[in-house]
Design a protein around this ligand. Structure first.
Ligand code: ATP
Length: 370
């Protein structure tokens, strides 16, 4: 097992800065997920770990070893891509044996390796098939098996499930997470699917415009996003952002939003004085329809239903409140229709507050909330 460190890493392509002063420590055996919008630098960072790109500045360490300038073949890391890149004219067995043969490994060792990885990913009965005779999920399993055959120090995966249909993706993400757990190998997984990130990662690094905005466990990211971009990126449907104003009132802070006003405990806020321009973040599942709300939720906002989306287990309702749209989770098949007036309540303890200028969270970390 190997820890990974990126120290003060920059990557420039000509005059374009793709990665800006990135620092990250990934623990031995950790499953780290890189997530973020398209073009934010996830793949570039992964390629630098693989040795396929060299940082313009900074250092990359695998364990104690500085590999910044070490070529890919001498790093013993393996990478799985979105495209399976299997050789079409070779059977699964030949695809798996090709790399070890090129490296000059002994025949018996290669056969043992194929047996081991085929068992791990459930390919034993498919070893004599050609890639064209496999489903997308089976092809991706071959790509995974191929990357595991030489006991890599780290396992790098770049959107490996993007080509699969929704149900296979769900299945394969469980399989990959389980496989990583069994092997105990450090893994870095790139995706722009936040559900994949939340379900697979021990920790998640949220990228935006070449920088890491936050590195935290899935629950920390969800409960205590460091800024508005993270808050809106993590969680589906996305967090509602509403204009608000704050004022300290002794130990408390008074919050005004739409036509309601309430107080929350002042110790949660790390910034003093509080900025004038504030945005309040509230997740759709933290807003409740009045008929369904527990008694401690007292702040009521009234609005008009503009649309409804029923998933079966839930109904997401868009409600217009004074010109702002709020997405709220209602019970499954709630008896509301477009045009209905509805009362919404929320628990002040579950709110997020962001600086309206910088987007930074005004609250401390997860440990000192609630
Ligand atoms: P996606 O999710 O779309 O794959 P990403 O977060 O992985 O995006 P990168 O592929 O790392 O993003 O790209 C980061 C930025 O660097 C992008 O603006 C991209 O256009 C740019 N970039 C990447 N590789 C090169 C290159 N070889 N030459 C010039 N620019 C590049």
């Amino acid at each position: 097992m190997t820890a990974v460190s990126l120290r003060d890493v920059w990557k420039q392509f000509g005059t374009y800065t793709a990665i800006e002063d990135l620092n990250l420590d990934i623990k031995d055996g950790e499953f780290m997920v890189f997530v973020g919008p398209s073009g934010c630098g996830k793949t570039t960072t992964l390629r630098m770990l693989a040795g396929l790109e060299t940082p313009t500045y900074g250092r990359i360490l695998l364990g104690e070893e500085d590999v910044t300038l070490t070529p890919p073949g001498r790093r013993n890391v393996s990478m799985v891509f979105q495209s399976y890149a299997l050789y079409p004219h070779m059977t699964v067995r030949q695809n798996l044996s090709f790399g070890p043969e090129i490296r000059g490994e002994a025949k018996a060792e290669i056969a043992g390796g194929i047996d081991r990885v085929a068992r791990l990913v459930g390919l034993q009965s498919l070893l004599n098939r050609y890639p064209s005779e496999l489903s997308g999920g089976q092809r991706q399993r071959v790509a995974l098996a191929r990357s595991m055959i030489r006991h890599p120090r780290i396992f790098l995966l770049d959107e490996p499930l993007s080509n699969l249909d929704a149900s296979l993706r769900t299945h394969m993400r469980t399989e990959i997470a389980e496989l990583q757990r069994q092997l105990g190998v450090t893994a870095v997984y790139v995706t722009h699917d936040q559900v994949e990130a939340m379900t697979m990662g021990h920790r998640i690094a949220v990228f935006d415009q070449g920088r890491i905005l936050q590195v935290a466990t899935p629950s920390e990211l969800y409960r205590a996003p460091a800024n508005k971009v993270v808050g809106m990126f993590i969680g589906s449907p996305r967090m509602n952002i509403l204009p608000a104003s704050l004022a300290r009132a002794g130990d408390m802070v008074r919050v005004r939003c739409f036509n309601i006003s309430f107080v929350v405990e002042g110790r949660h806020f790390v910034k003093d004085p509080l900025p004038e321009n504030v945005e309040l973040g509230i997740r759709p599942d933290e807003i409740q329809w009045v008929k369904d709300a527990p008694s401690r939720c007292t702040e009521t906002i009234t609005g008009i239903v503009t649309s409804l989306e029923t998933t079966g287990s839930d109904t997401f309702v868009l409600v217009d409140v004074e010109g702002s749209e709020i997405n709220a989770k209602f019970p499954s098949f709630a008896p509301v229709r477009r045009g209905d007036a509805v009362d919404l309540v929320f628990d002040p303890l579950n709110l997020h507050f962001f600086d309206g200028e910088t987007g930074a969270s005004l609250k401390g970390n997860a440990a000192n909330q609630n």
